[in-house]
Design a protein around this ligand. Sequence first.
Ligand code: SAM
Length: 282
Amino acid sequence: MSTNLPRPGQVKQVTSFSNPLVKDIKALIAQRKHRQKSGRFVAEGLKLATDALAAGWEVDMLVLGPEARDSAPAREVAATARARGATILEVSTAVLAAMTRRDNPQMVVGVYGQRLLSASALEKAFAAAPQGVWVALDQVRDPGNLGTIIRTADAVGASGVILVGDTTDPFAVEAVRATMGSLFHVPLARQTREGFREIAARWPGTVVGTHLKGSSDYRTIDYRRPSLLLMGNEQSGLPQEMAEACSALARIPQAGQADSLNLAVATAVMLYEIRRGDLSLT
Ligand code: SAM
């Protein structure tokens, strides 16, 4: 009788800095090209490993430092990962530090399969959440901002984040770190600017762009569902052709000398306003 269970992964002791698996992980951390080509990425920490496994993400490798081998929760995560076919690498702190280029590396480092919704899966996700709130990010450059926005989208229960145009890689290690595990819970998709404008043109609810010259105070807009929130690039904001794709342009009032709010902060302000009536402490 055949079963669909994966074969348990191997356990390997790695002491050499030039081991090919160590080099592979280093390249996944340092090179977007390598991440794209292999469809994998690195996430550091036991919490992220726990989140990834609980959410059913594909785990390719789990690297354990000496402390992890003495930790019951880490051993449990490693056993689950191994049962799902992951290779377990047992390494020294020095190898872990070199691999992650950190003086104080996390005791667990994981390599996972990337997940992005295809165009048809995105359409299905729209249809499945008629009351949903989606965030779209136009050409966002800073991985820390992107990770923070994914974390905030998770916190408010948004349906997903659409990365428009040349938006930075959500699987870069700095972005993953900033998500604090939310990467494993928030659906992500990529779209061209043209693709976004097509989605916006047939969007059944409000498409709200944020703009420093927006004519509407963000607290006065009727956010009809599903709502689609479009945020601009850190330096240049939203270009005209993207602003024109929106049914409303919101501005968050400011009082002091700051030119603008940080992108992730502005996204949080907007998301909490859009979700104002939905979130409570009970
Ligand atoms: N120099 C840019 C500009 O002229 O738009 C500043 C961009 S700002 C740092 C990055 C993004 O955050 C903006 O594109 C917008 O989406 C959002 N944002 C920041 N402050 C905002 C405000 N007061 N009102 C509306 N959106 C804001």
